[in-house]
Ligand binder design. Structure first.
Ligand SMILES: Cc1ncc(C[n+]2csc(CCOP(=O)(O)OP(=O)(O)O)c2C)c(N)n1
Length: 280
């Protein structure tokens, strides 16, 4: 029996959510609250850092510490909080625009440095809050507000990017796979270093309307049917792969996180007589 309930982390009085009907963001909020309760993390030890966007508004619903900053900058804030107070569990909530479009450079370097934090990206394949413009994860040929005839450039694979940068934990699932979201968030929080959970989340109002004319349910059904395990995905022929979404855990490493390396370097310098000289 856990000492905490998911409602200990949620401002239920702030509900109903501001998100559109059929949006996946509320599902991720509940999964995160469940994960925090099951890990029995005291709410005062948790900090949620966000930038701007629909998913960036999620911190409004949490009864934890929160830092709501500027668009694309959730990771710099989260980095400062994590490095400044390593006792805190820092969770950065970002849309795909926030995380890897305007925030792409911060994402690369937070993962490379292996900052001890958990990034949860709600990837709805477009800029939801500002009307559905295409972002760096919008798939090639997808229709968006700024690409009515189709996106002319390929979208990022966020997990592959994080892997190249050296993140310690990387997982992808969808808003349909509710229990998997919670499971991966728990694993991510428990892992020291940079952890990423990418959740493919439907945006019926903007992306869905233009790419799933049959309606919101069709997009959820797509996520249910097209999400396949990494092992199944890897057995597919290249042309078949473009039809599917690989989901699962892509990386589970134990590379030392930034602060550990930093303190290791400092203590070894001091032990050897120290080249560190603070005198000017
Ligand atoms: C520096 C800056 N550029 C642009 C904007 C306008 N803006 C606000 S939210 C947003 C898009 C958010 O998209 P995403 O991060 O994918 O999150 P979503 O809303 O889809 O959850 C943009 C472009 C801004 N607030 N600040």
């Amino acid at each position: 029996m856990t000492a905490f309930k998911y409602t200990d982390y949620l401002k239920t009085e702030a509900q109903p959510y501001m998100w559109c009907p059929g949006c996946g963001d509320g599902i991720i909020v509940r999964a995160l609250a469940d994960a925090l309760a099951e890990l029995e993390l005291p709410p005062e030890k948790v900090v949620i850092a966000t930038g701007i966007g629909c998913w960036g508004k999620a911190d409004d619903y949490f009864r934890t510490h929160a830092f709501h900053g500027t668009h694309g900058r959730a990771l710099p804030y989260a980095t400062g909080i994590s490095v400044g107070n390593p006792d805190l569990h820092v969770i950065a909530l970002m849309g795909d625009g926030d995380a890897v479009t305007i925030g792409g450079n911060h994402f690369i370097h937070a993962a490379r440095r292996n900052i001890n934090l958990t990034a949860i990206i709600a990837n709805n394949f477009n800029y939801g809050m500002t009307g559905g413009q295409y972002s760096a994860t919008s798939p090639l040929t997808a229709r968006t507000a700024t690409s009515p005839r189709g996106v002319p450039e390929p979208g990022f694979d966020v997990c592959a990017l994080a892997q190249t940068c050296g993140a310690n934990f990387i997982a992808r699932t969808t808003a349909y796979h509710v229990l998997q979201i919670k499971k991966y968030i728990k694993q991510a929080i428990q892992k020291k270093g940079f952890s990423l959970v990418e959740v493919m989340s439907p945006c019926p109002t903007h992306f869905g309307r233009r790419n799933f004319p049959a309606g919101p349910l069709a997009m959820m059904k797509y996520l249910k049917e097209k999400a396949v395990s990494i092992s199944r995905y890897e057995k597919m022929a290249a042309e078949e792969r473009s039809e599917y979404l690989a989901t699962g855990v892509f990386a589970d490493n134990d590379r030392k996180d930034f602060l550990t390396v930093y303190w290791d370097l400092n203590s070894s310098q001091q032990a050897s007589g120290g080249a560190v000289n603070n005198e000017k």
